[in-house]
Design a protein around this ligand. Structure first.
Ligand code: GLN
Length: 480
């Protein structure tokens, strides 16, 4: 077995009977045993027997293991969102994405670490432990889906699910040197995904290649009657259009104001410029555009996500789910004590801020204005797509930072979302591709953005880049 195999390669080996599903499963469980004490990407790896029993034995992903961010429900497993308040919560059903994966035979190995309730950009707010970046263990893997991204980057598993509210798949993918995809809002069912900011949340996918991401997307995307915001799009095979070529006359718009924004790391600029040159060589017509609303989207995201979080997290009260504080004298005290003991500082801060921006007298000033900015971003992106087919910009301002780097300045960390949250606000699909390496040996990511439900086009354009480059084939030395 070679580490870092793609889904595509594993499928060929299984079909040629060079390896059995059983051997593959043991192989990956062993990789977790060998390496995850250093990386700490998984909150739990399940027993081998129970993994096999949970999934069908046949189907297009039979024998190809993945790991799931711990805010997506897997029937009869723990579902903690890396929070003390849910630390003993056993979930009695499968998320729609999980159900579909099990139906096509995917063995689901375990639960991946994350920022508590998906709030963060570094996986440092997990109530249990911090995950480390496989490229350099002193650096963060990004977040909030850092466990999922680190596990794939270290070759502990070929693919993973994460979730996005403001960039939590794309940013860790960029930090870890793998592909991370956020779908059009409504393309992948949110049924069974624990809500953070419901109007922004989507399940996303990590893998080494665009082809593999498209493979998983083909299984989990498509209408679901259990999610009222689910699009009517039918399930389809997203790998079909991946022929390694760009569509004739493809127009790529580079968001100049993002690429040359103040504070951008020079190495990130260099890597993205080379990606642009590569696309030009492949025949794309490049133009440079500005997106003025980009500058307001992080602030608006900040408000909308906190407001929605405050109402979504009201359900964790010690009565209905998970932990219940002991020794409370009355109901109010029970709520207070449970929430005080159960939530971490970041979550508490966001709930307080969310309640504040929604409160009488402030809603107009904050929440309603933020919603206006959201409409502006949506309209501006839509009109941009009259002139170009795909947008391109960096995923992140600088490579992965050190653990603890933003302990004293959380606001600075929130600026991580600057390039990613606009697409959660507008609902457009976006994908981060590995496109370079810093001198320090940390990966750099570039982001493609497409019109609503133009995933097929986006995958085709991203795949064509991977056919002529090999950034996605570079892996952290220590885990070979
Ligand atoms: N970093 C962002 C935040 O902390 C993104 C979170 C996410 O996408 N889940 O809100």
């Amino acid at each position: 077995m070679k580490p870092f195999a793609t889904i595509q390669e594993l499928k060929q080996q299984l079909e040629a009977k060079k390896i059995s599903a059983q051997e593959l499963l043991s192989y990956y469980i062993n990789r977790f045993k060998t390496y995850d004490n250093q990386i700490q990407s998984a909150l739990e790896i399940f027993e081998q027997d129970s993994i096999q029993q949970a999934s069908s034995a046949v189907g297009q992903l039979a024998g190809i293991p993945g790991i799931i961010k711990d805010n997506i429900a897997q029937n009869d497993r723990m579902l903690t969102c890396a929070s003390r308040i849910l630390q003993d919560f056993n979930v009695p059903y499968d998320a729609t994405a999980i159900k579909r994966l099990k139906q096509v035979g995917a063995p689901l190995l375990g639960r991946a670490n994350m920022d508590e309730f998906a709030m963060g950009s570094s996986t440092e707010t997990s109530a249990f432990f911090k995950t480390r970046n496989p490229w350099n263990l002193e650096h963060v893997p990004g977040g909030s889906s850092g466990g999922s991204a680190a596990a794939v980057a270290a070759g502990l598993v070929p693919w993973a699910l994460g979730s996005e509210t403001g960039g939590s798949v794309r940013q860790p993918a960029a930090f870890c040197g793998i592909v991370g995809f956020k779908p059009t809002y409504g393309l992948i069912s949110r049924y069974g995904l624990v809500a953070y900011g419901s109007s922004l949340d989507q399940i996303g996918i990590f893998a080494h290649t665009v082809y593999d991401v498209a493979t998983i997307c083909s299984v989990i995307a498509g209408h679901d009657e259990r999610d009222s915001t689910s699009l009517s799009t039918a399930q389809k095979d997203y790998t079909q259009s991946l022929d390694g070529r760009l569509p004739d006359g493809l127009r790529i718009g580079v968001i100049k104001s993002a690429l040359y924004a103040q504070g951008m790391d020079q190495e990130v600029i260099g890597a993205v410029e080379q990606t642009i040159a590569q696309y030009e060589k492949l025949g794309a017509k490049i133009s440079y555009i500005d997106l003025p609303s980009l500058d307001y989207s992080a602030a608006a995201y900040f408000i909308i996500s906190r407001a929605e979080a405050a109402s979504n997290l009201a359900r964790f009260d010690g009565i209905r789910y998970g932990a219940r504080a002991v020794g409370a004298k009355n109901l109010k005290e029970l709520y207070n004590k449970t929430r005080y003991e159960g939530f971490g500082d970041e979550v508490k801060a966001r709930i307080m801020l969310g309640n504040y921006v929604l409160s009488a007298g402030h809603a107009d000033e904050f929440y309603n204005n933020a919603k206006k900015v959201q409409r502006l971003i949506r309209a501006e992106l839509a009109s941009t797509f009259n002139d170009v087919d795909i947008l391109l910009m960096p995923t992140h301002p600088a490579p992965a930072f050190k653990i603890g780097a933003f302990d004293k300045n959380k606001l600075q960390m929130d600026l991580q979302d600057y390039f990613t949250c606009p697409m959660n606000m507008s609902g457009n699909p976006a994908l981060s591709l590995p496109c370079g390496m810093s001198k320090q040996g940390l990966p750099i990511g570039v982001q493609l953005i497409a019109p609503h439900v133009a995933e097929e086009l986006m995958f085709k354009v991203a795949h064509a880049y991977q056919v002529v480059t090999d950034w996605h084939m570079q892996h952290p030395m220590n885990f070979k």
